[in-house]
Write a protein that binds this ligand. Sequence first.
Ligand code: V0V
Length: 144
Amino acid sequence: LFICIDHVGLAVPDLDEAVKFHSEVFGWRELHREVNEEQGVAEAMIGTGEQGVENAKIQLLAPLNENSTIAKFIDKNGPGIQQLAYRVADLDHVSEVLRERGLRLLYPEAKRGTAGSRINFVHPKDARGVLLELVELPKDAAEH
Ligand code: V0V
């Protein structure tokens, strides 16, 4: 069903500060940044930065406002790992298979994720305490 782990998502209170920390301390590099109003986040994708190979990626997620799921997560748990994202080739197919297997998907239809990807989520209560994101990359996406 799954191709690989696309990214791990960290809830952070301050995006710039988080990018700086992960770059300076761990040597990650910023690959992409955007605001996703629908999801209530300002986000940065950071990676190993290696050219020509698939990058390991971490998504830094900062809340846009106090109603954001990220604000709620940080209030309850503090900053930290908020989600695990699996890459899939066909999101609609995988969502259907998982529904058939009794899991709740958060959205009836895919929503727009990072860099034009299509996304949905498995409810954390149905994935043993993990908010599981499913990501289908846009067809023309570079793999790294
Ligand atoms: C909540 N729970 C979690 C969790 N969030 N467990 C593990 N990981 C998480 N991230 C647990 C929580 O501890 C509660 O358990 C229960 O689920 C209900 O939580 P709640 O605090 O009442 O929160 P809800 O139900 O209001 O919201 C939880 C959900 C929400 C998962 C429904 O966060 C959501 O809609 N998430 C999907 C969207 C999202 O996360 N967007 C931001 C990233 P107890 O206490 O009852 O046992 S956007 C993104 O990733 C993009 C754009 C991308 O990758 O491209």
